[in-house]
Write a protein that binds this ligand. Structure first.
Ligand code: UDP
Length: 441
């Protein structure tokens, strides 16, 4: 019903010099206070998508800070993912309702995981439950100790389907703390409790996807995948998903190419999440929209890549003159952060989390349509100085706010706000340390 993913600890020293010293100082101090705690993160997919991306870096980082951190990935039946993909779409604004059968699959699948967790004696001082997939867990897993329950909502709740939101919101009452990526995602109707925190996601500068990659190697890798390294390239890296608007990217590319001869487009969706059953339909439709254009490179199959998926993503972002993320809804948009960290001017859809990352005209451009996206591509392609100025400002903005140690700090602050450091508690038999609930000022 679930699988525990083990990671070796990463020594924090490796982040020194990459993040602002104030972040490091605060993080080391809070980690020291909380180091007796045991933290468990639960999410619904081992790879693919932003949450998986975050957890594979966050867990080794906090482990390296001396806090025992475990990552658990649930392993429900495929029908669960059909339902949760619908829930995801509905919460991001799609029309429709959830049928009693769908709700039963949703609750029953989580109930099975909850029973399994207790059967296998998994305990924690602080539980981080990620996204709507895991939302019912706090209700279904009986509390045996004074555990802290935190639900993290990574999705864009700006214009949710109200009926579905109202069905699910009562489940938040079983949590001690809720975390949203942005202030504007906090839905109406949560009431006074539980306390709400805002913690935007982050990228890992030590990950293969984000470490410095020599431009020559990047060009070699994209060339090995069929891109002409001597002609300009723009890329969108995204799961093939309705909200990422790959069709709109193609439209923008076609318009821009009229003014930028030889322009090429890369659409990369290599790491499809296991919880995304719609992806293949989207790929088929996008391929049809590309109509066999030899300069539109669509990648959705990881078989036969010249290197790892992560290095391929890095290579496309480095080799591109402009990085695009033309989403119509976006909880945060790690691909925007990744492009900015590589010193690229990023064109992002003017929605959700992209808006808090891109300062329009300074660290990239926000676009509202394919036409606008096309004209910004042309402007940037014709002005290399503007590209490099924006790219530098973009990298600095990420360094200040969106690297993994900042996110680790935010999460630990949420834990600290709820538990008292365990200097006053005694370890129990299974290694779990009962802690006193204590709201810190
Ligand atoms: N990603 C990847 N390979 C792909 C497509 C996406 O590794 O082919 C990664 C991407 O680099 C980013 C994450 O998946 O780190 C997507 O996160 P984001 O927040 O942009 O979107 P989400 O998929 O969570 O909606």
């Amino acid at each position: 019903m679930f699988l525990s993913v083990a990671y070796p600890a990463v020594a924090y020293d490796r982040y020194l010099g990459l993040v602002p010293p104030e972040t490091t100082e605060e993080l080391l101090s809070i980690a020291d206070e909380l180091k007796e705690l045991r933290i468990v993160h639960l999410n619904s997919t081992a790879i693919g998508g932003g949450v998986a991306e975050i957890l594979q870096s966050l867990v080794p980082l906090t482990t390296g800070l001396g806090i025992a951190t475990e990552r658990i990935v649930i392993n429900p039946p495929p029908q669960f993912f059909q339902v949760t993909k619908r829930i995801h779409n509905l919460l991001q604004g799609a029309e429709g309702t959830l049928s009693p059968k769908e709700l039963e699959i949703y609750f029953q699948s989580i109930q099975n995981v909850a029973e399994d967790l207790r059967r296998r004696h998994v305990f924690a001082d602080a539980w981080f439950l990620h996204d709507p997939q895991l939302l019912p867990m706090a209700r279904l897993l009986p509390r045996e100790f004074d555990e802290t329950w935190i639900w993290i909502c990574h999705i864009d709740l700006t214009t949710p389907n109200r009926g579905v939101l109202d069905t699910l919101l009562p489940l938040t009452k079983d949590y001690d703390r809720l975390i949203f990526s942005l202030e504007s995602y906090v839905p109406d109707g949560l009431g006074e409790t539980p306390s709400i925190f805002i913690a935007p996601p982050a990228i890992d500068p030590l990950a293969v996807k984000n470490i410095p990659l020599d431009r020559d190697r990047a060009l070699k890798l994209v060339a090995a995948m069929g891109v002409d390294p001597d002609r300009p390239l723009v890329t969108q890296v995204s799961r093939f998903d309705l909200w990422k608007d790959p069709w709109g990217v193609i439209d923008a590319f076609r318009l821009a190419r009229e003014s930028v001869p030889g322009l090429q487009l890369g659409l990369l969706g290599l790491s499809q999440a296991a919880d995304d059953p719609e992806a293949l339909d989207v790929v088929a439709s996008v391929t049809e929209h590309a109509a066999g254009d030899p300069d539109i490179h669509i990648y959705f199959d990881a078989v036969g890549l010249p290197t790892t998926i992560d290095e391929v993503v890095n290579a496309f972002q480095v080799a591109s003159e402009v990085v695009i993320q033309k989403s119509l809804r976006e909880g945060f948009g790690l691909t925007v952060t990744e492009g900015m960290w590589k010193g690229k001017a990023v064109l992002g859809g003017n929605v959700g989390g992209i808006r808090i990352q891109i300062e329009n005209g300074v660290t990239g451009y926000l676009v509202d349509s394919s036409e606008e996206c096309a004209s910004r591509i042309v402007e940037l392609m014709q002005d290399p100085d503007l590209r490099s100025r924006m790219g530098e400002a973009a990298r600095e903005a990420v360094r200040e706010r969106f690297l993994m140690p900042s996110l680790a700090l935010d999460y630990l602050k949420v834990v600290k706000a709820h538990v008292m450091p365990p200097s006053v508690s005694a370890p129990s038999q299974n290694g779990y340390r009962a802690t006193k609930k204590h709201a810190l000022a």
